[in-house]
Design a protein around this ligand. Structure first.
Ligand SMILES: [Zn+2]
Length: 142
């Protein structure tokens, strides 16, 4: 996942957007799928700021019991595979672990993911700890 700061050339609004990759950004841009959160103009461009890679904190969020849309389900499963491979699972200690990394510069090679309540995420945000909520499906056989 890559975060870009996008700028609207129409109203000068700056806003952050997440993309699966720089390629995905280019694709969406080319198809005019990117638009300004404020005025709706498609005249938006990423600023020259270096993309920020997500490496600090993750949380599980949506539990989809019976996905109606198989394509969405498959996509989520793919994300999960990526996350499981590249991030360390910390379960319900997510908020604690995220703070450890943020405040104590705790050395972790991998980013973390786990579960957190809405309140915890809100608190983390107020403390300047950015997290990303991603859809999550549970395997039926575990
Ligand atoms: Zn705008």
């Amino acid at each position: 996942m890559i975060k870009y700061k996008l700028k609207c050339k129409n109203c000068s609004l700056l806003f952050d957007s997440w993309f699966a990759s720089s390629k995905e950004y280019e694709k969406l841009k080319r198809k005019n799928y990117l638009n300004c959160h404020s005025c709706g103009s498609i005249n938006v461009e990423k600023t020259l700021m270096a993309p920020k890679l997500l490496n600090k904190s993750w949380k599980k969020s949506v539990y989809i019991r019976e996905p109606k849309n198989q394509k969405v389900y498959e996509k989520i499963k793919k994300y999960q595979k990526f996350i499981k491979k590249n991030f360390e699972y910390v379960g319900e200690n997510f908020a604690y672990e995220a703070r450890s990394i943020h405040y104590k510069n705790k050395n972790k090679k991998k980013g973390i993911y786990g579960t957190a309540s809405k309140e915890e995420i809100k608190d983390l945000k107020e403390e300047g700890i950015d997290t990303v909520t991603i859809p999550w499906v549970e395997d039926k056989n575990n």
